[in-house]
Design a protein around this ligand. Sequence first.
Ligand code: CP
Ligand code: NVA
Length: 326
Amino acid sequence: MTAALKAPPVQVAPPRHFLTLAELGPDGLHSLLDLTTRLKRDPEAFRNPLAGGRIGMIFDKPSTRTRVSFESAAWMLGMLPIVLRPDELQLGRGETIGDTARALSLYLDALTVRTFAQSTLDELAAAASIPIINALTDEHHPCQALADVMTLQEEFGSLANLTLAFVGDGDNVCHSLIQAAALAGFELRIATPPGYEPSETILADAQAQAVSTGATISLTHDPLEAVGGANAVYADVWTSMGKEAEGGARKAAFAGFRIDAQLMRKASKTAIFLHCLPAHRGEEVTDEVIDGPASRVWPQAANRLHTETALLYTVLTGDAGGELLT
Ligand code: CP
Ligand code: NVA
């Protein structure tokens, strides 16, 4: 693939993985958002710079947005996307994760993976000689957070001085938003029911990063406290993929955590509503809010394509500034 680039990659080895948002660092996040802005203004500049490249995509869980946006991003860049279902791979018949990574590295230039444990990604990344990109695990959803901060930046002009209220489960989407706040320096208030708080380790690492970026990240069990005066209110499903057996208990635990018009009125007058989607309408959000004037869920979903195109380009070329693009 290298030979097909318009100019040589800045750096190709060792592979630069994208397993969590934190590993971008503040400068990496800002560069990626700048590159995405450029891509949205001038999409033709991003057509086919990776012609001849191939990207594999393993999906151990369902996906609508991530799969189609990554396939479209790969096509835009000139790459062949190859979607791999778990029942099509020898992994399901006992081949190790390491051997799978070694084999796929022989044929592909990058691999995106949606799976359960973050440790599966870590094992793939340790054995692969190509970049591994996290397309959602139980712990992180960094590609979603990229689209989220892009949407916030477009809406408010800057990420500084923003307050985002996340109301819901402290799992993958929340964890990546914590890392986004820490990198970008905004205020994140998280409201979860007791027992559904985010990981203490992820939070502690983010708080350490926040010292240099000015971010503040706080936890509460009271949605009103989180939402009061916020610039944006964010919801995720109450029951993530793989946790369906807990669905009944979760409905009871999250009953007071629905985002409805009354709760949105407690946010800033100009507040927007965000959701990673898919939404379970009537559970975490009412139709009135998700279909209402404050909702930005469709521009947010559209940004998945743009941020992932910029991400793939950057990860595969090392050209974070887009200097090799013509
Ligand atoms: N938000 C998101 O990742 O959506 P999908 O599950 O449809 O990919
Ligand atoms: N927390 C949700 C996000 C879906 C994009 C889940 O893991 O199912």
